[in-house]
Design a protein around this ligand. Structure first.
Ligand code: GAP
Length: 433
């Protein structure tokens, strides 16, 4: 059933325009995905909600949008050139490579060997940074990397931000942007991609265990709460402490926020205590002008994946019964907020009134609004249910008489009549509940 759910989501994503395989007409490319019209909206909504909660609603966090390509020195100093590695084993018989710590991939490969026994090489370190070359003269190009985490931009701009804004410790720098990793075995749909988006907070605190512990717990609670507030089921989420062998090179300690996915409990956000690893390596300090002291702050990081969040929001929202498939996405995340239908496509006054409502709602800044006059009403409802549209409005003959329309709720399929002049306040109220 669980595997089946994954297949259903992958098929729905392609069919309805959420996610397509990258470069599909040329046979695809492993680990790259393109977001279609609805997927783009879903991702944008996730990012907007994240930004709202992490920046707009806070006094202690500022935003940043750093470049993807940085001076290669950054990656040497940050330790990524040396330590951003996965252990890799290769089957000596057919030269397939898998991560030495990926039990499923190892088991899957074993199954492909019917007659000849698998013979693995010893684990070898494989750097995940994607190389890039700058300059136009062949042979004289300088090598750098596409960023493997968006994080380093916050550290290299630490002093710029202090100089140009009024932040004081404790404070944070928030970023959303693309990162690239040469993943050995991309897979599980978008879960392990080679290009993906991260949404991260680097939160700078005084270098004291009590401060770090306090903020670590604070951010764990905030981040779990954010997913639950946006509709993810609490019993599908858990935190898992990193064992010492799996800690990243920069982490003092770390916990993963995991989702109970069809392919097992899977990390999609990390809360990391990075200590003074990064600022220390970049030789950056903080001057407290009031207390006249200088120190290297510690960093508590929250690092989430936009693509993994999108996938898990979709999986979590999927519902089907004998009649219909519904994506019960939170209205704040749903790609379309409302769809408007005229009862009949060939009755001009109905179409005109429905178009008027559609145009009016578009101007209300609620989000994407849909319009559909194809097929029968039932089919239109099911089509909107399948992409998670929380409300559908139908303009019928009664609308012509009393200026009311039916508003149908996606989850209950119940309808109520609403005065068309109060639609925008009706939706504002429902979307902010
Ligand atoms: N700055 C810390 C950092 O990058 P990470 O645990 O390596 O930490 C953070 O990555 C998040 O980025 C993950 O929890 C995941 O959501 C996302 N992520 C990492 N690798 C990914 C991949 N190959 N495909 C999709 N998302 C990925």
């Amino acid at each position: 059933m669980a595997e089946n759910l994954m297949d259903k989501i992958v098929a729905l994503c392609k069919r309805r325009g959420f996610i397509y395989p990258g470069s599909e007409i040329y046979g695809g490319i492993g680990g790259f995905w393109d977001y279609g019209p609805l997927g783009t909206e879903l991702k944008r909504n996730i990012k907007n909600e994240w930004w709202k909660s992490m920046v707009y609603l806070r006094d202690d966090v500022v935003g940043l949008d750093a470049a993807i390509v940085m001076n290669r020195e950054v990656w040497k100093v940050s330790g990524h050139v040396e330590a951003f590695v996965d252990p890799l084993i290769e089957c000596k018989v057919c030269h397939v490579r898998v991560r030495a710590d990926n039990k499923e991939d190892i088991a899957a490969h074993l199954k492909t060997h019917k007659d000849i026994q698998v013979d693995w090489t010893k684990p070898q370190k494989f750097n995940l940074l994607v190389r890039a070359y700058l300059g136009i003269i062949e042979g004289k190009q300088s090598e750098t990397f596409l960023r493997g985490e968006i994080t380093q931009g916050a550290f290299v701009n630490f002093q710029n931000i202090i100089n140009s804004s009024r932040v004081k410790i404790p404070f944070g720098i928030a970023q959303i942007g693309k990162a690239f990793r040469n993943e050995i075995t991309p897979g599980s749909f978008t879960y392990r991609s080679r290009e993906f988006e991260q949404m991260e907070l680097e939160f700078f605190v005084r270098p004291k265990d009590s401060e770090a512990d306090k903020w670590f717990e604070y951010w764990k609670k905030q981040r779990m709460g954010w997913y639950i507030d946006l509709g993810m089921k609490k019993n599908h989420l858990r935190f898992r402490k990193h064992e010492s062998y799996e800690k990243a090179h920069y982490a003092k300690y770390a916990e993963d926020l995991e989702y109970n996915a069809p392919f097992g409990w899977s990390e999609f956000e990390g809360i990391h205590h990075r200590g003074d690893w990064d600022l220390g390596r970049h030789k950056l300090m903080y001057k407290d002008e009031d207390l006249k002291e200088e120190f290297t702050p510690w960093v508590i990081e929250t690092s989430g994946g936009v693509d993994r969040s999108a996938l898990f929001f979709l999986l979590d929202a999927y519902y089907e019964d004998k009649k219909r498939v519904v994506l019960k996405l939170h209205p704040k995340l749903a790609p379309l907020k409302v769809a408007v239908f005229p009862l009949l496509a060939n009755k001009l006054p109905l179409v005109k009134m429905a178009k008027g409502i559609y145009d009016n709602l578009k101007a209300q800044n609620i989000g994407m609004i849909g319009f559909d006059d194809r097929g029968n009403i039932g089919k239109r409802y099911y089509s909107q249910d399948e992409i998670g549209t929380p409300f559908c409005i139908t303009v019928d003959f009664q609308s012509m008489e009393d200026r009311t329309v039916t508003v149908r709720d996606r989850d209950t399929a119940k309808q109520e009549r609403v005065d068309m002049d109060s639609l925008s306040s009706y939706f504002t109220k429902h979307f902010n509940e």
